[in-house]
Design a protein around this ligand. Structure first.
Ligand SMILES: [Zn+2]
Length: 245
């Protein structure tokens, strides 16, 4: 194998790893956002449950006020009824007392209904609160894990850059420039194996002269179809990435 091919393959190996790390790093803020969204969602559930309960409690208080008002009216009417000497007034007041009494019964029925609703809402609020507590702990540990992951990836990236540089340094500038252009343009596959006479980058057969040149391993040869740098791949290269995808 040409020494330059060997070096380019090593550079490419590290560049691919760096690209994969960059992709993973770019995804971390999105994951962090998801974690925060989940937390905010649980927080909203808890707040909504609390607000539902509070509204029911206010409604119960209002019902109680309405009931008390009617009870007061009944008390007053009973006094007035006792004091009046007119029969028709007595009867009218009696009817009013009956009407208020009926209204009180209806309001009390409604109150019982709301109290049952409040019980269910109390349970829902307690559940939402407990879930929010768990979510609070989860969000902290998940964000910590993501921060650790980012830190490790950055460290690994730095190491990869150093290794890549050590292999890139001895390579001729023009060759390296061409390789880098191909790496960007060909989705991270600049140097690929030639298996039999098929380029593993574009999966096309190369012409005989190209095949002979690659097999001869005297100079760097590119695929006439896709422009990628080729190296002669044999069974001895087993374990080595053919460079294809
Ligand atoms: Zn090709």
């Amino acid at each position: 194998m040409l020494p330059e091919v060997e070096k380019l393959l090593r550079v490419q190996h590290h560049d691919q790893r760096i690209a994969a790390i960059d992709k993973e790093l770019a995804g971390i803020p999105i994951l962090e956002e998801d974690v925060r969204d989940k937390f905010l969602e649980d927080e909203k559930k808890q707040n909504d449950a609390r607000s539902d309960l509070q509204q029911t409690e206010i409604a119960i208080k209002n019902l109680e006020l309405d009931i008390d008002t009617r009870k007061d009216s009944i008390t007053k009417l009973k006094v007035q009824q006792y004091e009046t000497k007119k029969n028709d007034e007595f009867t009218r007041m009696g009817e009013e007392i009956t009407r208020y009494g009926e209204e009180i019964t209806a309001l009390e029925d409604k109150e019982i209904e709301l109290m049952e609703q409040a019980e269910a809402q109390k349970a829902a609020y307690a559940k939402a609160k407990a879930e929010h507590e768990v979510s609070k702990e989860d969000v902290v540990s998940e964000l910590e894990d993501l921060a650790d992951l980012a830190e490790n990836l950055k460290k690994e990236r730095e190491e990869e850059v150093v290794k890549r540089q050590s292999h890139a340094d001895p390579i001729d500038d023009d060759v390296l420039y061409n390789y880098e252009r191909l790496f960007k343009g060909k989705a991270g596959h600049a140097i690929v194996g030639l298996v039999d006479d098929v380029c593993q980058g574009c999966h096309m057969k190369v012409v005989k002269s190209t095949y002979m040149e690659v097999k001869g391993e005297k100079q760097l040869t590119t695929c006439e179809n896709c422009g990628r740098i080729l190296y002669y791949w044999t069974d001895d290269s087993v374990g080595r990435d053919k460079g294809g995808y």
